[in-house]
Write a protein that binds this ligand. Structure first.
Ligand SMILES: Cc1cc2nc3c(=O)[nH]c(=O)nc-3n(C[C@H](O)[C@H](O)[C@H](O)COP(=O)(O)O)c2cc1C
Length: 182
């Protein structure tokens, strides 16, 4: 049976550079990089919710948090690309994550995952990647590989939807390939 990959961009920018990385990853998967695999891409903007507040637990966890959590549960592996706002995740994802963690602390449910990140500058993507990797162990992720892409516009051709930096493109494919079932 085909491996089910779930992918999403941690950004609520409609011109997200991390969205371009996820689109590139999805195309590589569709072209067979991981063998017999399908990919579903979720948009975190479809899961925008009121800010998490302990007081709101009593009223119940919003349906959007359950839907995203269940989509993770139904996947065989995860591909995530993180934008960075002030050294951490954009707030839309922190909120989604906090709500999902009220369903179950192991938000990533033990799924194999590859983490990407990128910023236009040299350091932003690296700082959110550190935050994501440092905390992921508490949330049931099994990160097989990670790659932070600095200076996005120097390294990636947005018009073609692929890397101009061939070495980095190869690193990206190698990271993604770590999800292949041997
Ligand atoms: C609120 C905010 C804070 C940011 N803080 C930083 C920062 O501290 N350092 C940095 O290099 N870039 C910073 N950036 C730029 C982000 O790295 C960049 O917008 C983001 O990673 C781009 O990803 P996206 O296009 O996928 O949303 C910030 C951007 C925003 C909107």
């Amino acid at each position: 049976m085909a491996m089910k990959i779930l992918a999403w961009t941690v950004s609520n920018s409609h011109t997200s550079i991390n969205g371009q990385l996820i689109a590139h990853a999805a195309r590589l998967i569709e072209e067979g990089l991981l063998g017999d695999a399908t990919v579903e891409v979720l948009d975190v903007n479809d899961f925008e919710m009121p800010f998490y507040r302990p007081d709101r637990d009593e009223a119940g966890i919003p349906a959007e948090a359950h839907q995203f959590f269940e989509a993770i549960g139904a996947a065989d592996a995860l591909v995530i690309s993180f934008a960075e706002h002030n050294g951490h995740y954009p707030a839309i994802y922190k909120n989604l994550f906090d709500w999902m963690s009220r369903i179950e602390t192991q938000v990533y449910q033990g799924k194999p995952a590859v983490f990407f990140s990128s910023s236009p500058g040299s350091k932003g993507g690296g700082s959110v990647m550190k935050a994501a990797l440092d905390s992921s162990q508490w949330f049931g992720s099994d990160v097989k590989a990670s790659l932070s892409v600095p200076k996005f516009y120097e390294n990636f051709d947005s018009d073609k939807g692929e890397f101009r930096n061939a070495e980095m493109g190869a690193e990206f494919r190698t990271a993604l390939s770590s999800l292949a079932v041997n």
